[in-house]
Ligand binder design. Structure first.
Ligand SMILES: C[S@@+](CC[C@H](N)C(=O)[O-])C[C@H]1O[C@@H](n2cnc3c(N)ncnc32)[C@H](O)[C@@H]1O
Length: 190
C-alpha cells in the first residue's frame, strides 16, 4: 500500500466527522451504537438525514451540506482513501451537518434504524455490467434502502451510464415503486 494511502488512513482515524467500525465489533454487537442516534449524537439537531451511497470523495455530500445547512448528510463508501478528501474539506470548513461512514452499503440496516433516513443519493455508481448482484439499484439493494428510509423517502440516482439508467427504470417498474421524475438528458432538461 502506498505511503500516501497509509497517511490518509491514519488521519481518517482522527477526523471527528469520520465514523468507522471494525467488522469484528459489528459482528459482536450486531449494531453500531449510532443506530437510531445520528441526530442526537452526531449532528445535535433533528434535521432530516440524507445519505450519499458510494460517495467516493463525497462531492455531493459536501456540496449539499454547504447548500442546505439545515439538513444533515452522510457520505458512505467502503474506500477510505477516497473519502479522506471530503472528510478533510468538512473539517477544514467546519461543516457540522456533514459526516462520513466507512462501511459496505449491504450493512446499512446495522447502522440506521427503520425510518432514520429521509433521502438517498446514489451518485455515478459503477454500472456493474457483469455483476448484477453488485448493482446499487437492483432489487436486493432497494430492499436494504427500504429498511432504513422513512415513509415517503426518496432515492435519487445520477448516472452517465445508459445501461444503468435503463436497468434502473426496469427495476423501478419491477418493484412497483413510484417514479417521481426521470430524464435521460439532465443538462438539456428544463
Ligand atoms: C464509480 S465510484 C463513484 C464515486 C462518486 N460517487 C463519484 O461520483 O465520483 C463508485 C463508488 O462506490 C463505492 N461502492 C460500490 N459498492 C459499494 C458498496 N457495496 N459499499 C460501499 N461502497 C461501495 C466504491 O468504493 C466507489 O468509491
Amino acid at each position: 500500500m502506498g505511503k500516501n494511502k497509509l497517511k490518509k488512513f491514519a488521519e481518517m482515524e482522527t477526523l471527528p466527522c469520520v465514523h468507522q467500525y471494525p467488522f469484528a465489533d459489528l459482528k459482536a454487537t450486531g449494531t453500531c451504537p449510532l443506530r437510531g442516534r445520528w441526530n442526537e449524537d452526531v449532528f445535535h439537531n433533528s434535521a432530516p438525514i440524507t445519505l450519499e451511497l458510494g460517495c467516493g470523495k463525497g462531492e455531493y455530500a459536501v456540496g449539499m451540506g454547504r447548500t442546505y445547512p439545515h439538513r444533515n448528510f452522510i457520505g458512505i463508501d467502503i474506500k477510505g482513501a477516497r473519502m479522506w478528501t471530503g472528510a478533510r474539506q468538512v473539517c477544514d470548513e467546519g461543516l457540522s451537518n456533514v459526516a462520513f461512514l466507512r462501511t459496505s452499503i449491504h450493512l446499512l440496516p446495522h447502522f440506521f434504524a427503520p425510518g432514520e433516513v429521509s433521502e438517498i443519493w446514489i451518485t455515478f455508481p459503477d454500472p456493474q455490467m457483469k455483476k448484477v448482484n453488485k448493482r446499487l439499484t437492483g432489487t436486493h439493494f432497494l430492499e436494504i434502502y427500504r429498511q432504513v428510509l422513512a415513509p415517503g423517502g426518496i432515492i435519487h440516482l445520477k448516472t452517465d451510464s445508459p445501461f444503468l439508467y435503463a436497468y434502473t427504470t426496469g427495476m423501478i417498474s419491477h418493484n412497483s415503486l413510484p417514479l417521481i421524475a426521470a430524464t435521460d438528458d439532465l443538462y438539456h432538461s428544463p
